[in-house]
Write a protein that binds this ligand. Structure first.
Ligand SMILES: Cc1cc2nc3c(=O)[nH]c(=O)nc-3n(C[C@H](O)[C@H](O)[C@H](O)COP(=O)(O)OP(=O)(O)OC[C@H]3O[C@@H](n4cnc5c(N)ncnc54)[C@H](O)[C@@H]3O)c2cc1C
Length: 231
């Protein structure tokens, strides 16, 4: 389950920093999204994702964009987090309202294009929103579709070549997001040092950590080279 809210909160670290704590079992993400009404205060977005049940329990309530979250349900999951620079329990307790979103996706479709109609974004590939994905993939779809429309002799051909290019890539991301995004680096460290550590480099080298993050960015099409080429 994912709970998400935003409230005005004193800036932390650089004032533009993002905190990602925890792994796929339980994770807190906090980052500023706009200036606040007073200096030193930012409109701060937070999200808490927790794996509930063991796969044998009934599925959560169906997804909805606007179902209010329950503080009673959420707070026990938040209390286990101790994050330097930010009191996350206070941040959430003082957020006047927040929403719950079951983390869900759909299996990749065999095809998107039917004659003059094709799919794009969530309609084509709803995925777990991890790794800043979802909207980002919708934008990459739009870029690819526009390029194909410009290049093709007939628009229907463009839809087919767009699908040929984007469907396998996004299907891979749908499947890999089920096991986590770039924050898989946190899961890897947690697995190797379940009781904590004093020197992270002794658990997993900087090189290995960077390789996990880079690997995800490449799969998601976020490589700077590719993006600047597409632009
Ligand atoms: C909690 C949460 C956090 C997320 N975080 C991120 C993130 O950090 N980064 C990221 O990249 N992505 C994130 N996503 C995913 C992202 O929001 C979606 O992937 C993205 O919005 C998909 O865009 P879309 O245009 O395909 O679909 P949508 O944004 O769903 O747009 C579809 C639109 O069509 C409208 N519509 C539906 N039916 C009809 C109809 N019959 N007639 C007319 N209009 C209609 C809807 O009202 C809606 O406005 C997150 C999603 C959730 C739920």
């Amino acid at each position: 389950m994912l709970w998400r809210g935003a409230t005005e909160w004193p800036a932390f670290l650089t004032g533009r920093s993002m905190i990602v704590a925890g792994g796929m079992r339980a994770k807190v993400v906090v980052y500023p999204i706009a200036e606040g009404w007073r200096p030193g205060v930012k409109l701060t977005n937070w999200a808490v994702a927790v794996r509930l049940g063991d796969g044998s329990s009934p599925p959560p309530r169906r997804e909805d964009w606007s179902r209010p979250g329950s503080r009673e349900e959420l707070m026990p999951h938040v209390e286990r987090f101790s994050i330097p620079h930010l009191n996350v329990s206070q941040l959430i307790e003082q957020t006047p309202e927040f929403w719950e979103y079951p983390m869900c996706d759909r299996d990749p479709l065999p095809r998107w294009t039917h004659g003059r109609i094709t799919l794009l974004g969530d309609a084509a590939h709803p995925m777990y929103p991890v790794g800043s994905n979802g909207a980002s993939q919708a934008i990459l779809d739009a870029r690819c579709l526009a390029d194909n429309l410009v290049a093709a002799e007939h628009p229907v051909q463009a839809l087919v070549s767009y699908e040929r290019e984007r469907l396998p890539k996004t299907a891979e991301i749908v499947r890999s997001n089920r096991t986590g995004g770039p924050e898989g680096v946190i899961d890897a460290v947690e697995e190797l040092a379940p009781n904590g550590f004093t020197d992270i480099d002794k658990v997993l080298s900087h090189e290995d950590r960077a390789a996990i993050v880079r690997g995800y960015a490449r799969k998601a099409g976020f490589s700077p080279d590719k993006l600047s080429h597409a632009a």
